[in-house]
Design a protein around this ligand. Structure first.
Ligand code: SAM
Length: 287
């Protein structure tokens, strides 16, 4: 079965600005994504001022959140329109940032090692995902952090299998690319493969969170008949549990680069970790 050829260039979002804004930000989905990311990254944000590079920053929402706390921000994107929106948001907030319209691969060569690199929802759109990840991850300083958010291969398979019909044969042949909507990226990633890659390249996984482990699998009817606050609590209850977290439509990994010069027994930084047992519904929620 033939599959639409995967693009030979990284995807520029110039033509997808409106669609992206509507689908990703203005919705329950977008809010949940933001809430869980901010929870994983909150301890770093609350710490000492850092050099933060948002590689493929889009509208710069996460970069701005760090900028508001006094961190030094560099953002880059190949899309002029996405970057213009980011620039506008920083200007309105009166926060300084260096915003560069260029590929992350090129910007990496100009940057000193960074305390934190954000690489959110970009890898799945790249022509060469792993080669580019290597270039981007190389800019994390020893003991610094990489925050990697990606569209999950397992979520794509599961969601389409549940929808059934003509999709099943494309899933069987792994020929699904180009059969869905425009916002389906060419290179969804498998969490276990990225975790193995990160560990092999000197990173330790500090947070591992599934973004939307239920919401996207529900039929419209089931969703419409549900209390969204209950759904939000259910997502929060399971998003960091094994099995469920690897079923998220997106997966977030926060990884700390080992300092090879430091003794192996050195204490690791005080990032909050999340245990399912303390994620009960009665826990107070930081919104
Ligand atoms: C799905 S958006 C994510 C934006 C933002 N990181 C977020 O999480 O909201 C992907 C972005 O990556 C940008 N992009 C794709 N390839 C890139 C590259 N090689 N270097 C920099 N930006 C890139 C696109 O233009 C787009 O704005």
């Amino acid at each position: 079965m033939s599959q639409k050829p995967k693009p030979l260039a990284d995807r520029n979002f110039d033509k997808m600005v409106t669609k992206f804004a509507n689908r990703i930000y203005g919705t329950f989905k977008g809010q949940l994504r933001l809430e869980l990311l901010q929870e994983d990254l909150g301890a770093l944000r609350d710490g000492a001022p850092m050099d933060v590079w948002d590689a493929g920053c889009g509208f710069g929402q996460m970069a701005l959140w760090f900028g508001e706390q006094g961190h030094r921000i560099t953002g880059c994107d190949i899309s002029e329109k996405m970057l213009a929106e980011a620039q506008d948001r920083f200007a309105k907030a009166e926060i300084e940032a260096t915003l560069i319209q260029a590929p992350a691969q090129e910007v990496a060569a100009t940057l000193p090692p960074q305390d934190l690199v954000l690489f959110h929802a970009v890898i799945e759109w790249l022509a060469k995902p792993i080669e580019t990840l290597e270039i981007v991850a190389d800019r994390v300083r020893p003991s610094g952090h990489l925050s990697l958010l990606f569209f999950n291969h397992h979520g794509l398979i599961y969601r389409n299998a549940l929808r059934g019909s003509w999709r099943l044969k494309y899933l069987l042949e792994e020929a699904w690319y180009g059969k869905g909507k425009n916002l389906t990226p060419p290179h969804p990633q498998k969490p276990e493969e990225l975790i193995a890659w990160l560990q092999k390249h000197g990173f330790e996984i500090i947070a591992h969170t599934g973004i939307r482990v239920f919401h996207d699998y529900m039929e419209d009817e089931a969703r419409n008949g549900s209390d969204m606050e209950e759904l939000r609590l259910l997502e929060r209850k399971y998003c960091r549990e094994e099995t469920f977290r690897d079923m998220g439509r997106y997966v977030h990994l926060l990884a700390k680069k080992r300092d090879e010069g430091a003794p192996r027994s050195a204490p690791s930084c005080s990032i909050r970790t999340f245990h399912p047992t303390i994620m009960g519904v009665s826990e107070p929620f930081a919104m």
